[in-house]
Design a protein around this ligand. Structure first.
Ligand code: FES
Ligand code: FE2
Length: 388
């Protein structure tokens, strides 16, 4: 199957920033899908997103000031409320009749859900989707359970980023570390998939019985992994009455820059104690992925013909199919028809012999990300008796 770079999906929510990035009264200029946006949080705690452009003479509003109620442009001091309405033009004379309601800045739909700020990037600002689509919900947790966040910017297109996100074959090659699996341990159990909302789900299953890390969690352990367009992956591990969720979101900043946010939510108190030790492992893991994407760009600059093969690349194929279907269903004004298969034959695991050809296309494996943390915990706990 040839890989065709297609357009970035709009009329969907993209994660803009982790909620903790913005305190009340703060604002932040940022590119999302190539558009300049000023994000902010009002004094009362509500997040907002406006076009980062003063309608007077075009300077970004993020260069100005924000007092928690109004943004003031740094050039001539025009003031705007958090919903984009113009509230004051200092140069107007008291005798001048000027209708301020004629002036405004576009306000993007913006929501804070489970501790993260999402922005809907419209296809047409004059016609927002009605109703607005749903924001991906992380199961069984709330904002207070968000324990670890790491972010990184990858120098690639959204399609390469997403394909890497669901790539099961690069882990043992890209993430070679003493604390991670070797290339001799790349075999995984076959998994069943089912269509779900705007994506597909690796249905709930028990992790492999020899996973010591999972045993550490206690109780009956099961895991479910969901991918949703445009670019969100949620792994939900249930361990007895507790939950761990690893969430990866990919947000295009420009056509060739994608911001990855990796979140971990958990309800297991003892995991929080060793959070500082986990962080370097997570950082290293993400850096390994970013390094391989950097190298991949050297080849992609020559615009090669790429390929997705069966088995290990099936999820990537489904991604392209779903994306195509979403675009076509919108063009044809018909309901989205989820084309992901309800079950799949076992994914054939790649061997060292066929891996180099695949490595060009891949840079991520989120499940490995969470497993990395778990393995690090396992190692840590095994070290404790030697320390005491
Ligand atoms: S450019 Fe913003 S007030 Fe003039
Ligand atoms: Fe990876």
């Amino acid at each position: 199957m040839p890989v065709v770079e297609s357009e970035i999906l709009r009329d969907l929510w993209y994660l803009a920033v982790p909620g903790r990035t913005l305190r009340p009264g703060q604002m932040l200029g940022k590119q999302l899908l190539g558009q300049s946006i000023v994000l902010g949080r009002s004094a009362s705690g509500e997040p907002f997103a406006l076009r980062d452009l003063c309608p007077h003479r075009g300077i970004p509003l993020s260069h100005g000031a924000f007092d928690g109620r109004e943004l003031e442009c740094c050039y001539h001091g025009w003031r705007f409320t958090c919903d984009g309405g113009c509230s004051h033009i200092p140069s107007l004379l008291p005798t001048q009749k000027f209708d301020l309601s004629r002036v405004g800045v576009f306000q993007f739909p913006c929501r804070e859900v489970q501790g993260n700020i999402w922005v809907l990037m419209p296809a047409d600002e004059r016609h927002l989707p009605d109703p607005l689509p749903e924001i991906p919900v992380i199961p069984a947790v709330d904002a207070s359970h968000c324990q670890l966040v790491e972010s990184s910017i990858f120098p690639c297109s959204i399609d390469h980023a997403v394909v890497g996100l669901m790539d099961p074959a690069h882990g043992p090659f890209v993430h070679r570390s003493w604390w991670w699996r070797t290339k001799h341990s790349i075999h995984e159990k076959a998994k069943a998939f089912a269509p779900s909302h705007l994506g597909f789900t690796m249905v709930k299953h028990r992790p492999s019985s020899n996973s010591k890390a999972y045993k550490l969690l206690g109780g009956e352990v099961s895991t479910e992994i969901r991918f949703e367009l445009p670019s969100t992956r949620i792994e939900h591990i249930t361990a007895g009455r507790h939950h761990i969720c690893g969430v990866t979101t990919l947000t295009p900043l420009t056509p060739n820059q994608v911001e990855l946010h990796q979140f971990f939510y958990w309800t297991i108190p003892w995991l929080t104690v060793i959070r500082p030790i986990m962080r370097p492992f997570v950082k290293t893991f993400i850096e390994q992925d970013r390094d391989v994407v950097d190298k991949q760009q050297q080849g992609l600059n020559e615009d090669p013909q790429l390929m997705l093969i069966n088995d290990a690349d099936k999820p990537a194929r489904w991604y392209y199919q779903l994306k195509k279907e979403l675009l076509e269903s919108r063009q044809q004004h018909r309901p989205f028809n989820n084309t992901a298969p309800s079950t799949t034959p076992p994914l054939q695991q790649p061997g060292p012999g066929n891996h180099p050809a695949l490595a060009q296309l891949r840079f991520r494996r989120r499940r490995a990300m969470l497993s990395t943390c778990q393995e690090s915990l396992s190692l840590l706990i095994r070290c404790i008796p030697q320390l005491t």
